[in-house]
Every structure is written in C-alpha cells, then in structure tokens.
Design a binder for this molecule. Structure first.
Ligand SMILES: Nc1nc2c(ncn2[C@@H]2O[C@H](COP(=O)(O)OP(=O)(O)OP(=O)(O)O)[C@@H](O)[C@H]2O)c(=O)[nH]1
Ligand SMILES: [Mg+2]
Length: 451
C-alpha cells in the first residue's frame, strides 16, 4: 500500500493563500488529528470544511479543508487540500504538523506520478503537467537544502559523524566480538554518547524558536471588557498617544497596533475593542477581532479594573486565557481596591495604573521573564529556517529519546541500534546526504576490518 504524501502545492511565499495537499490512505486521518472543526472522517466527499489547524491547544491558522475521497481524485487516492492564509510561517507550520503526524514529504512530481501509475492520466499528460508546474515541491525542496546555513550544515555533519561513530562501535561489538581494539559498548557508554547529541539537537530547536522571535518579535494582544483602560495601557507601553482614550465604554472599535523594542526584541502590541455582549454591528465585528487576536498572539494581556468586582464578562475572559501564555494586568490601582482577588490565584497577575505609570515597568519585566528575553542572543545563526528542517530534527530527537528509553529498560543493544540509525538517517535527509556507505566507510577507516 502507498504511503501518504504531502507538499505545498502553491509557490512558497507568493500570494496570500497557500494550499497544502496530501494524498494517500492516511490523508484524512492525518489532517483530522490537527484540525479543529467538523470530524473530517465523517464529512461527505468533495466538500470544503471551515475550521482551524491546531498544534495542541495553539491555533496555527484559520483554514478551509477540501476532502476528496478516492477514486474520483487527481491521484485516485484520498486527497486533502488545506487552504491556509497565514503566510509562509503558517504554511510551514501546517506542513510540519502533517509531517510529524505521519505524512511524508512528496518527491518531485510525485502526485502526478501517482495519477499516472493509477492510469488516471497518460504519460504525455503527465509530462505536460510536469512541465507546467515545475513542481513547487521540487523547487521548495532544493530551496530547503540550499537554505541550510553553512554553520547548521557543519553542525549536522558533526552530529552525524558522532552518531556513525557510535553505530560503528555497536556493529563491531556485535559482529566482530573477537576484535579487541574496539571499545566495549555498554548501556552506560551508549547513554553517555547519546545524551550530548540529543542536547545539541534540542538546543537547535530552541534556538530556532528564538530566531523567529528575533525576526518577527512577540505579538501581544491587550484584551478586556470596555473602559478598563486597554487603550490607555497601549499608549503607556508605546509612549505615544496612539489609541483614542475616552470614558465612553466601547471607544475602541478596531484593532490598534504599535511596536516598541524592549531588550533588543520587538514587542508588537495590539489594542482591541472592549469585549461585551453588543447589538451594535460595528462593535460586534470589533469584538470578534478582539477574540481572534488572542489566538494569533504569543501573549495575551487581560486588563481588569481594580475598583470593581469581577463580573461575568471578566470570568469568561479569564477562562479564555487560563491555558494560554498570559498576564492579568489589574489597572486603576490609584482608585480604591474592590476586585475579588481570591479568584485570581491561578493567574499571572500584575497591578498598576496608567495615570502615574505605576506597574508599567513590572509589566514589561514580566513579559521579559515569560519569553526569557535576556537569554536571547542574536549572535548564533545556526537555526532551522523551515518546517522540513524542524520536523526532521524533531524526528531525530524522538528516535534518540526512544533509544535512551530502551537503554533504561535494558533492551538489547542491537535493537537500540535501529533507533540510532533512524536518527542518523533523518539528519542525513536534512542535509541531503544520499550515499548509504558512510557506515561501511567508518567501519573500514576506524577499525581496518577485513584487512
Ligand atoms: N483612575 C484611572 N482611570 C484610568 C486608568 N486607566 C484608564 N483610565 C480611564 O478609564 C477610561 C477608559 O480608558 P480607555 O483606555 O479608553 O479604556 P479601554 O479599555 O480602551 O476602553 P474601550 O476602548 O471602550 O474598550 C478613560 O476615562 C481613562 O482615562 C487608571 O489607571 N486609573
Ligand atoms: Mg480602547
């Protein structure tokens, strides 16, 4: 049976909408795992379904998903197309999620090849399609490999060399027990060799997250019900009168954005319309945007009014942010304190007001702590630039984790070897290493076997 393949079928980086296409028996199941909306395994064929792509609890993008069941599809297999509109970052993330959940990146023209093999199109048609599209997968694939920065490539080559050294040792121990020069492989020695490799890979993943923060900054939504002082807070943080402030509830109708640099990192603040039940059409649209902005941000600041008891709107908002990265800013602490703080024990809270600037600096420090801004150093350019690289590194880490886990359970070393080999292969895929003779080379050069 064929496996399930995935590729971005629109040109990367062009246009607002990208299509990620999957084909194969698991296509629907894979997308269903990362889709929040209808159960895609139950929808009718040839339907378009609205929803969100999610990574755990985090929303990645608002999407339209087309479900096309075999056999009336381009490849004659089950085909799923995800229409994203969040730009390159979201497209990459969706692709990565498909890869992590079991799809394989399609090779050059593979969708067309499948269509051809299934008798769906003849060879001339296949060639024509090939010529016209000059497969974007193909392009992005070579682009991906070219995108590797020299330093990342060097690091991966080094880690692969370390791994191949481990593999060679294991092979010698198993296949040539009489060969006395080879160091004896023990559970402890294997663990000692694998852990630093895993740490370096994990570090790489972390750095690439930081790289994104360095490049794009942190998006911070300021939400709350009307009149609590969201716009006043935005103006304080930006140190300019960007948003209109009045004592009329419902002053802010649309998103107001502004950025500042803090500790070398761009903080992108988004002031939003006060959230409440409203019959006003314009206000309602603004409120929807406020709620959406929470999903699109890395951090949410919920503003509450310190001289009022929490009401049902506040509780709703607290519920909305409780599992997200958040700060609750209790504003207007220049007025008598009336808020019921006992309900805020599980939240990351900060007090202040926008009249005397009290609490504004501690709010900024809290943001800095949450994202460890002090530790982000833009010196290292070894980072993963795209989802393919990211997913391969994560897969390699998973294999090493599995190997370490097996070692802890004292599983025989030759079984652990399979995981280590897989990790090595994933890293090979990352740098486009094609030859499989490295292990043999290593065996001969290091141990002079067969001499
Ligand atoms: N006493 C006091 N008043 C404040 C403080 N911050 C804001 N205000 C006042 O509260 C009122 C509402 O402020 P805004 O900043 O417009 O509130 P908002 O949350 O943006 O309101 P909407 O846009 O309607 O959702 C204004 O009259 C502000 O002057 C504060 O820290 N202390
Ligand atoms: Mg406002």
């Amino acid at each position: 049976m064929e496996d399930t393949i995935v590729a971005v079928s629109t040109a990367m980086g062009l246009g607002a909408i990208s299509i990620i296409r999957l084909s194969g028996p698991e296509a629907i199941k894979i997308v269903n795992k990362i889709f929040r909306g209808k159960d895609l395994t139950k929808v009718a064929s040839h339907t378009i379904n609205y929803g969100h792509i999610v990574d755990g609890d985090e929303i990645v993008d608002e999407v339209l998903v087309s479900i096309m069941l075999a056999p009336k599809t381009y490849t004659t297999e089950d085909v799923v197309e995800i229409n994203t509109h969040g730009g390159i970052a979201a497209t990459n993330k969706v692709l990565e999620l498909c890869l992590i959940n079991g799809a394989r990146l399609a090779t050059k023209g593979e969708f067309t090849k499948r269509a051809f093999l299934a008798g769906r199109i003849d060879l001339t048609q296949a060639e024509a399609v090939q010529d016209i599209i000059t497969s974007s997968t193909d392009k992005s694939l070579s682009l991906f490999v070219n995108q590797l920065t020299g330093s990342l490539k060097k690091l991966i080559i080094k880690l692969r060399k370390d791994i191949v050294g481990i593999l060679a040792n294991i092979e010698v121990n198993i296949d040539y027990p009489e060969y006395e020069d080879a160091p004896v492989v023990t559970i402890a020695s294997l663990k000692q060799a694998l852990i630093p490799i895993k740490e370096e890979l994990e570090n790489l993943v972390k750095e690439s997250k930081n790289a994104k923060i360095i490049k794009d900054g942190i998006n911070i939504a300021i939400i709350g019900r009307p009149n609590v002082g969201k716009s006043s807070l935005l103006n304080k943080l930006l140190e300019e009168e960007k948003a209109i402030v009045t004592d009329i509830a419902g002053t802010t109708r649309d998103l107001v954005e502004g950025s500042v640099i803090f500790k070398g990192i761009k903080l992108n603040f988004i002031d939003t319309a006060g959230i409440r039940d409203s019959d006003d059409i314009v206000e309602s649209i603004g409120i929807k945007k406020s709620i959406d902005s929470v999903d699109k941000s890395n951090l949410t600041i919920l503003v509450l009014n310190s001289n009022e008891q929490l009401n049902k709107d506040d509780f709703k908002l607290l519920d909305m942010i409780k599992n997200k990265t958040h700060i609750v800013f209790i504003n207007k602490n220049d007025l008598p304190l009336k808020i019921n703080t006992e309900n805020l024990q599980d939240f990351n809270v900060c007090y202040g007001n926008t009249i005397s600037d009290d609490g504004i600096n501690s709010l900024k420090d809290k943001i800095s702590d949450l994202f460890a801004l002090e530790a982000i150093k833009p010196i290292d350019n070894i980072y993963l630039t795209n989802s393919r690289q990211n997913s391969l590194i994560k897969l390699a880490i998973k294999e090493i984790d599995h190997a370490l886990d097996s070692l802890n359970k004292e599983v025989p070393v030759d079984l652990v070897e399979i995981d280590i080999k897989n990790a090595w292969n994933y890293l090979g895929e990352l740098i486009g290493a094609t030859y499989k003779d490295e292990l043999i080379d290593e065996l001969f050069s290091n141990f002079c076997l067969g001499k």
